[in-house]
Each structure stands twice: as C-alpha cells, then as structure tokens.
Design a protein. Structure first.
Length: 233
C-alpha cells in the first residue's frame, strides 16, 4: 500500500498524439532532443539507432491521431511546461505512483480488465497474432488487435476511470527516478534512469501489467515510447 502525497491530480484521457506534439513544436519553436531513435529501419526485427529517425519518422506509418513516439524524457517535460504556459494550468508528467493509481482505477488484478492476458486485444494494442505475422519470434497475447505498430489513440476500451491506452500502444514516461522515490518527480538535470509504464504495441504479456516498471535514460528515444500528462490542482 502506498500514500500519494501532494495535491489532487487528473490524468490525460489519451496519450499525447502526433498532432498534439506537432502543434507544440510549431507554436513553441522547441525541437526534439535526445539520442538517435531506436527503430526497425529495415522492417526485419532488428532495432537500431538511426540518425534520421524521429517522432516525425519512426519508420512506420502514423497519422495525427496516433500516439507520438521517439520522444525523450526531456521532450515530454518540455511539452508539459508549454501546455502549462498556454493554459494557465499546471501540467507535468505523472509520478510512477500517480500513473499506477490511475491505470488500475481501483482494480487489484494484474491488468485493469482482469488477469486473463488473452482478453488484452479488446483493451490494448499489444504484441498479438497480428504482430506475430510480421515478427514470428514474438511471444504474444493470444488474440488479434489488427495493429502491428501503434494504433490511433482511443481505439480500445478504456479502464473504469475512462482512460484509454494506459496499457499497450506506447510506453509512457513518468517523472520518477527508477532508483528513487516513486511518488516524487526527478530533477530535470541528470542522466539517471526514469520510470516507463504501461508497455507498448511491441510487448509480451509480462510487461503489459499495471505493476510493471521499466527504466530508460532520459535522453533515450524509441519507436514505442511516448507519454501522457497529468494536471495538478
């Protein structure tokens, strides 16, 4: 059991989309920062860092409604600051504990739809039978969601609190250090690993769970890593 300190908060209903992130860069003049993005450039299951890969070019097709990926932690933090300035409200990445509370929506099962991994495709875009047709080595959820890569946000059933894609689709940055206090935000400077939550279109069942944490350095970018924001009251 944990106690989440501080003010009340709300979570974004959806992951930040390509269109929303594009509007941020256009209006703010900010440009994405970080290491070269890891992508499957040749579509053969061999991920590598590619210098021209970016949120605009993750080496698979996306529309404005897909979750933005190839986003560093610094990019996500910058988006929250910009949105705060634009709206007059306080937005930031959620802490790891804030994220898990919102994702669970008061459930105690491994996933917000229950413990049956093969029900995933009604609720989340995950490694599935569709993906295995392209990546035959994948360990999958035994169901079909009809997306190999990202899906437009909000295509699957939400959790009980109305949040979409909190599991699957894209990993989501949090503001917490992996080896640190999970109810606090990390300092903006420093290269210590931050917490990722939720799993992605690429992930097998063990990683698509409400409790699972992953770690990534704040400069890293990957074709299955994006974010959503929290509003702090």
């Amino acid at each position: 059991m944990v106690r989440i300190p501080g003010a009340d908060y709300a979570m974004g209903t959806y992951e930040i989309s390509v269109g929303e992130y594009r509007r941020f860069e256009q209006n703010s003049g900010y440009r994405s920062k970080g290491d070269d993005c890891y992508v499957d450039k040749d579509q053969n299951g061999s991920w590598e860092q590619v210098s021209d890969a970016s949120w605009q070019k993750p080496y698979f097709e996306q529309s404005a409604q897909h979750p933005v990926v190839c986003i560093s932690w610094s990019d996500a933090v910058a988006y929250g600051k910009w949105l705060s300035r634009e709206t007059g409200n306080h937005y930031r990445l959620p802490t790891s504990e804030e994220w898990e509370r919102a994702a669970r929506a008061e459930t105690t099962t491994e996933r917000y739809w229950g413990d049956d991994v093969d029900l995933a495709c009604a609720y989340a875009n995950v490694a599935d039978q569709t993906g295995k047709q392209k990546y035959s080595h994948w360990t999958i959820h035994n169901c079909r969601d009809d997306h190999v890569y990202t899906a437009p946000v909000g295509q699957f059933r939400p959790n009980a609190w109305g949040l979409y894609d909190v599991l699957g689709n894209a990993w989501e940055w949090t503001c917490s250090l992996y080896d640190g206090e999970q109810s606090a935000c990390a300092p903006e400077k420093g290269n210590e690993s931050r917490v990722l939550r939720g799993g992605s279109w690429y992930n097998f069942p063990d990683r698509v769970r409400s409790a699972f944490r992953y770690l990534w350095r704040p400069t890293k970018r990957n074709d299955d890593v994006g974010f959503r924001v929290a509003r702090i009251y």
